[in-house]
Design a binder for this molecule. Structure first.
Ligand code: HSE
Length: 438
């Protein structure tokens, strides 16, 4: 792009980068490759002046231009030749201390650190506001999908009632392969590890922790409340069986690991992550492989969906770069973005949340058993939407598959306790929530 002769010469903004792994390296290359275009468009010329790394002598594939490499990250945040700090090292410490120091010295910060923001976001946003600088974090949730800025800016006046996300690519890949290729959980996990999606210890992804941290951040910005990852109920995908997936498909559902953040009419909120049966016709059912998507429901705007890559060097660096440009333009203009005031969250207890359920129950195949089992649902206030029995003639047992209408989780738990106590019930093999209306 040619520069506009009427525009003043671009003002240089110097970036101090904390971390030069996959995302930091991709960001450095993007800044080098795109800085002329960015300068022509925005009037701000970006340059990476300092980079903190763990081992400064390690050979690197990315061109670091004239940046100074150091093993002392604290020196980057306090350096006179750093105007904007980018934190891509992850984890709570030293990231929290480094970001605090940068904000206190009036430097805008761009962070991709979901763990830090999920635990200490409210405190850091307040600090940024108090010092009149930006703390931007588009890449911390759903990687390359521009979703945080639309939520905090375009939808600032919207009464958002529910946000539903597929925000962990690893688990979405595993569930997709189990669904489409008929792989077992173990086979799909091994392939996810071979592709570099899942870590050697996959607990953060398959246990729902990663999605839980992201869900806490989403709920904070969607509802303007202060909550942390500890407030998120999370269940992972390790109990989802090939049988569940086959039954779900037959009944017209896909099983997805969903993060659901809801605000109720009394302003209480709930944030949960769990495997969910998603109706085939819902837009989230078509989100396959390692892709992410965030589905927003608002009273005026209706339904919106944001879709793309939730991880990876290029997509994440693209989101970081957008924030760096925003923070740099704001810095030059002497302004900053604000998330506004976060009020303490009033959390609705899990037991009070409404949800429809899919239940698979092994029972004795005898006269009167169905009536007995169905009666337990009724006496606990759980209404059955559909039921099917699977079991060959002559088998001593049958499998009953129920889908309920929305019920209080406490009532479903009471139903399960009573069912387990019955002699005619052998086992309850699956309990999976079903996505329905808010
Ligand atoms: N491990 C995450 C995922 C990416 O699979 O989506 C980083 O949050």
């Amino acid at each position: 792009m040619t520069e506009n002769p009427d525009r003043p010469a671009p003002r240089t903004v110097r970036v101090g980068l904390l971390g030069c792994g996959t995302v930091g390296g991709a960001l450095t290359e993007l800044v080098t490759g795109r800085c002329d275009d960015i300068a022509a468009r925005t009037g701000v010329r970006l340059t990476v002046s300092r980079i903190a790394v763990r081992d400064a002598r390690r050979p690197r594939q990315v061109q670091l231009a004239d940046a100074v490499l150091t093993e002392d990250p604290a020196s980057v945040v306090t350096a006179d030749d750093v105007d904007v700090v980018v934190e891509v090292i992850g984890g709570i410490e030293p990231a929290r201390t480094l970001i605090t120091t940068a904000l206190r010295s009036g430097k805008p910060v761009v962070s991709a650190n979901k763990e830090l923001l999920a635990h200490h976001g409210a405190e850091l946003f307040e600090l940024a506001d108090a010092h009149g600088v930006d703390l931007l974090f588009e890449a911390a949730v759903a990687g390359g999908i521009p979703f945080v800025r639309p939520l905090r800016e375009s939808l600032a006046g919207e009464d958002v009632t529910r946000v539903i996300g597929i925000i962990n690519g690893t688990t979405n890949y595993i569930l997709t392969k189990m669904t489409e290729e008929g792989w077992s959980y173990t086979e799909a996990l091994a392939e996810a590890q071979a592709l570099g999606y899942a870590e050697a210890d996959p607990t953060a992804d398959v246990g729902g922790f990663d999605a839980g941290a992201k869900a806490a951040i989403i709920a904070g910005i969607a509802f303007g409340v202060a909550l942390s990852a500890e407030d998120v109920h999370h269940e992972g995908i390790t109990e989802v069986s090939a049988d569940d997936i086959a039954t779900a498909r037959r009944l017209g559902f896909q099983i997805k690991l969903l993060a659901v953040a809801e605000r109720f009419d009394d302003n209480s909120v709930a944030v949960r992550v769990h495997p969910t049966m998603v109706p085939e016709e819902h837009p989230l059912a078509s989100v396959r492989d390692s892709f992410n998507a965030v589905f927003v429901e608002g009273r005026a705007v209706g339904e919106l969906m944001f879709y793309g890559r939730g991880a990876g060097g290029g997509p994440t660096a693209s989101a970081v770069l957008g924030d760096v440009i925003d923070a740099s333009v704001n810095l030059v203009q002497g302004s900053h973005a604000s998330l506004g005031v976060f009020t303490p969250a009033s959390l609705r207890p899990q037991s009070e949340l409404p949800s429809a359920f899919y239940l698979a129950v092994e029972v004795a195949d005898q006269p009167g058993v169905l009536a007995t089992v169905a009666g337990v649902f009724g006496t606990n206030g759980v209404s059955i939407r559909s039921m099917e029995q699977v079991g060959a003639d002559g088998d001593a047992t049958a499998r009953l598959v129920f889908i309920t209408h929305a019920a209080r989780e406490a009532d479903v738990s009471a139903t399960l306790i009573k069912l387990r106590s019955l002699d005619v019930v052998g086992s309850i093999d699956s309990v999976i929530r079903v996505l329905g209306d808010a």
